[in-house]
Each structure stands twice: as structure tokens, then as C-alpha cells.
Design a protein around this ligand. Structure first.
Ligand code: ADE
Length: 259
């Protein structure tokens, strides 16, 4: 899979691409990331990439010409691959979106800076807009790295583990179960017995129950779309009943003093 990233600060992405899973994916030729400095496509003497907005108001706006020139030069005009703007106005990035994007052989990511993009970039160049969450960053570089990271993990062979990303939080629609590694005891805190038992069926049952419990406690909204078994539903009913019983007020055992 190939990413072309367009940014005014492409060097900030470099270090993250040179470690761990992304580096290995690049070495194995599963991933290519081409970083492009938008400033290289400016044609004026001062290499200007931003200007004040028409109509006044604060901040600066990213100019339309260098962004078009950069993307069209690298991807052709019109671009033959999706062109994604990283912006807080985009659709929210989720694991589901990561799966969707992992299907493409090539994606262009355009990182904003300043107050935003000239609207014509949005209307006539971008094919998609993605936000990594409801907060505003100083630029799209971190969001681009997040997107590349999450998508790369889904490329077959990118994770060393043969189960790949299938056990991840969200992959099954549930949060991930708790994990432990050696030592079996630390400061008196022990690893759940079942994980040391070697009984794989029991371990799988325990993990499923823990994943379900954790999702129920922390992200109950995910249960609306998760793939649930009959056993899962029975467990959820039991926990709901226990919670309802625990929150019911205790009946007052003493008769009222005023009587
Ligand atoms: N640029 C600034 N904030 C952003 C966000 N939340 N998501 C994507 N790109 C951004």
C-alpha cells in the first residue's frame, strides 16, 4: 500500500516511520510512504503557502495553488486515487474507516495548517475529509500518522503475529480483554489462574467474558453493533440485573421514630 503525504512540515512524520511495525512494513515492501513538501510547489519568490482570508477575520488560510500543483503533479490530474484532507471538519476516523481505507492500493493525505484550507481544495480536489476526533490540533501531520499507523496494522503480514489485528479492541466490536505477561506475581498481585491453566477453551471463554464486561462498563455504546452470542446476551442480562439490584435503595428496617 502506498501513501503520499502532502505537508508543510513533512520531516515531522519521518521519525515515526523509522521504528517498529511501520519500519518493518516498509522494509518488507508492504508499505510505501512518500512525503511531499507543499512549499516545493510554490512559484513565488517567498514560497508563500498561506494568506489572510478574504472577508477579513483572524488567522491564515492555506492557499489553493500549491496544494493543487503538488497533488496533481504526484498523482496526476485528476488524481486517480482518493485524496483525503485531514481536518476537524471531516468524518470521524474509526477502526471501521481504517478497514475501509486499507482496501485501497494508494491514498493521498493532505495535512492542513493554519486556520484551514481554501474551500476550493475541499470542493475540487479532496475526495474525502477525515477528523481523528472532536478537538483541534495545530496541523494534520499527527492525524496523518495516526491514519497511516492504524491502516498499516491491517495490511496482511504487517504485524508479526499470525492472528494479525483480529484480536484488537474494536476488531470484534468489543474492547480487548486484559493481558498479562511474566512474572505471575508482582507485589502480591497475581495473574488470573485460568491464564496459567493451559486450558485453551477455558481461556477463550474467560477472555470473551472479560472483553464483554469491559465493553459493558466502559463503552456500552459499542454493544449496539457488536456481534453477540447467546451466552454474551445472558451475561449482559445478569450484569444488568445485578447493577439494578445494587442501585435499588435499601428498605428501611426500623419503624419511623415519629410514630
Ligand atoms: N487538523 C487539526 N485538527 C484535526 C483533527 N482533529 N483531525 C484531523 N485533522 C486535524
Amino acid at each position: 500500500m502506498r501513501f503520499d503525504v502532502f505537508s508543510l512540515f513533512p520531516s515531522v512524520l519521518q521519525a515515526y516511520l523509522e521504528i517498529s511495525i511501520l519500519q518493518r512494513a516498509i522494509e518488507r515492501e508492504l508499505l510505501e510512504v512518500h512525503l511531499h513538501d507543499i512549499r516545493a510547489w510554490t512559484t513565488d519568490r517567498h514560497h508563500i503557502t498561506d494568506e489572510p482570508p478574504y472577508g477579513g477575520g483572524g488567522g491564515m488560510v492555506m492557499k489553493v495553488e500549491p496544494v493543487f500543483a503538488a497533488v496533481e503533479d504526484v498523482l496526476g490530474a485528476p488524481p486517480q486515487s482518493p485524496v483525503i484532507l485531514l481536518t476537524p471538519q471531516g468524518r470521524t476516523f474509526t477502526q471501521k474507516v481504517a478497514y475501509e481505507l486499507a482496501e485501497y492500493p494508494r491514498l493521498a493525505l493532505v495535512c492542513g495548517r493554519y486556520e484551514g484550507f481554501d474551500e476550493r481544495i475541499r470542493q475540487h480536489l479532496a475526495t474525502d475529509e477525515i477528523s481523528i476526533g472532536d478537538y483541534v490540533l495545530t496541523g494534520g501531520e499527527l492525524p496523518a500518522l495516526i491514519l497511516i499507523d492504524a491502516v498499516t496494522r491491517l495490511i496482511p503480514g504487517a504485524l508479526g503475529d499470525p492472528t494479525g489485528a483480529s484480536d484488537d479492541s474494536f476488531a470484534s466490536g468489543l474492547l480487548e480483554y486484559p493481558q498479562y505477561t511474566r512474572p505471575a506475581e508482582f507485589r502480591g498481585w497475581t495473574v488470573p489462574e485460568v491464564l496459567l491453566s493451559g486450558n485453551h477453551a477455558e481461556i477463550a471463554r474467560w477472555r470473551r467474558e472479560q472483553a464483554l464486561r469491559r465493553t459493558w462498563e466502559r463503552r456500552p455504546d459499542l454493544l449496539n453493533t457488536a456481534d453477540l452470542t447467546d451466552r454474551d446476551r445472558k451475561l449482559l442480562d445478569r450484569w444488568e440485573a445485578e447493577r439494578a439490584a445494587a442501585s435499588r435503595p435499601e428498605p428501611d428496617p426500623s419503624p419511623s421514630a415519629s410514630e
